[in-house]
Design a binder for this molecule. Structure first.
Ligand code: FAD
Ligand code: NAD
Length: 367
């Protein structure tokens, strides 16, 4: 049955067209898909090459063209959600008529599985670096003006850097600049910046190099990936988040998204595992959010607490989880998200399955 569905879907190959006025060139993609949104279209324009990747379910439709003439850097992306039409508006540098859009480049007009497309990178500028804890920082990266890329909730990007002659690639999960209770920062609502919360390991391969970047330096950032789907939380009633260390990063956008957009949700609980108090990321913001939003609760569990710590201690265990994950009512729609070091995530999933939660009720963030 799935094969038939897949084949039917492949018949829905998108198509494109273009038209112009004196000063504008508009490229139109007919995706033949309802419910398109801004996150499903990734646009890049570099050295006269236009690349538009439309993500349609698990497929990618690529438009890749060497443009006939020069265009300005700022590009507008418009999406007619209901009919699935995508418009890319380019501003001509010289207001002359174009006889054609350009020359096709590699994989132009192809419609293949998104996972087969391969990662595409563009250089982003480091615009700020701020401390979160003794070893963790927020890196704010500015996308090029000619890039349109919005990372969906629950997805990660890859950073790429040549280190000692070798190309190193590592995944990171973009975060919001703060939790819902406190929208003060300037870059909060725009889609021109990516914010990464990264722990620097002094003897790590990649993070010390990242930390050495100066404001104004560039680093390559890929398209996003990840298996999380917003539909998993659409009519959710209870959300439980189990995070360890920087495994907190995917929970940030998820918390903001669910508390703002999922009107059915009654309980959102975060169990946050760290070594010491000093390692807790955004502790103050989490406590503020819990005070402000009665649906939200946070518990900190320390594995290496100092003597003064009066809160919970230990590592992830079946007894901690059975106490923590409680439905707000019988048969409530529930999701438990897990993220942290691999052994933490694996143990968490095992304990939850042993406690009787189904595979559909558990999501783990992985690369
Ligand atoms: P590594 O060189 O990988 O070393 C990390 C630590 O492990 C160091 O202390 C090192 O000494 C130790 N180590 C290395 N090799 C060994 C070994 N063989 N035995 C014992 N110890 C060893 N991280 C974030 O900070 N923020 C994020 O948002 C984030 N998102 C992620 C999303 C995904 C999907 C995944 C899979 C990972 C994510 N990570 C995130 C982790 C990130 O990708 C890197 O793994 C992390 O930054 C460490 O990279 P590194 O090269 O600096 O360290
Ligand atoms: P850490 O070493 O500071 O440990 C934090 C807590 O994790 C500990 O207090 C403990 O409770 C728990 N923990 C650690 N090792 C454990 C083990 N072997 N068994 C059970 N519990 C354990 O954590 P960190 O340095 O911040 O590392 C965070 C990890 O999360 C990294 O491995 C990173 O790759 C991963 N991560 C994954 C994603 C993703 O989307 N998959 C996103 C961000 C981070």
């Amino acid at each position: 049955k799935n094969k038939v569905l897949d084949d039917t879907f492949k018949d829905l190959t998108p198509s494109y067209d273009w038209f112009q006025t004196d000063c504008l060139v508009t490229v139109v993609i007919y995706t033949k898909q309802k419910g398109m949104n801004s996150e499903m279209v990734i646009v890049d324009h570099q050295d006269g090459r236009l690349r538009v990747d439309s993500i349609l379910r698990d497929y990618s439709y690529l438009l890749h063209i060497e443009l006939s003439y020069e265009v300005q850097e700022d590009i507008t992306v418009r999406i007619a959600e209901k009919v699935g039409k995508v418009e890319i508006v380019l501003k001509k540098k010289n207001n002359l008529p174009w006889s054609k859009l350009g020359q096709p480049l590699e994989c132009h007009n192809s419609f293949i599985k998104y996972t087969d497309r391969g990662l595409y990178y563009r250089k982003c500028k480091l615009v700020s670096k701020t401390e979160v804890t003794h070893d963790t920082k927020l890196f704010c990266l500015m996308l090029p003006q000619s890039t349109h890329l919005q990372v969906p909730v629950g997805q990660h990007i890859y950073l790429r850097k040549i280190i000692a002659g070798t190309e190193i690639v590592k995944p990171y999960t973009p975060v919001s600049c703060s939790l819902k209770s406190d929208f003060k920062e300037p870059f909060c609502h725009d889609s021109t910046h990516l914010i990464l919360m990264v722990k620097i390991y002094p003897n790590g391969l990649f993070t010390p190099e990242l930390d050495h970047l100066q404001i104004g330096d560039y680093i390559s950032v890929s398209n996003s990936e990840g298996s999380f789907k917003k539909s998993q939380v659409q009519t959710l009633e209870d959300l439980f988040l189990l995070a360890a260390g920087t495994g907190f990063t995917p929970m940030i956008k998820l918390l903001n998204y669910v508390l703002t957009n999922v009107c059915t949700v009654r309980i959102v609980k975060l169990m946050f595992f760290n070594k010491t108090e000093d390692d807790i990321l955004w502790r103050n913001q989490l406590e503020q959010l819990a005070l402000k939003d009665k649906r939200f609760e946070v518990q900190f569990i320390l594995s290496e607490p100092r003597k003064e710590w009066t809160g919970k201690q230990g590592k992830i265990s079946s007894s901690l989880l059975s106490e923590f994950v409680k439905r707000s009512k019988k048969d409530s729609k529930l999701l438990i998200c897990v993220c942290g070091p691999t052994p933490f995530t694996e143990q968490g999933i095992q304990f939850l399955q042993d406690l009787g939660y189904s595979k559909e009720e558990i999501h783990s963030f992985t690369a």
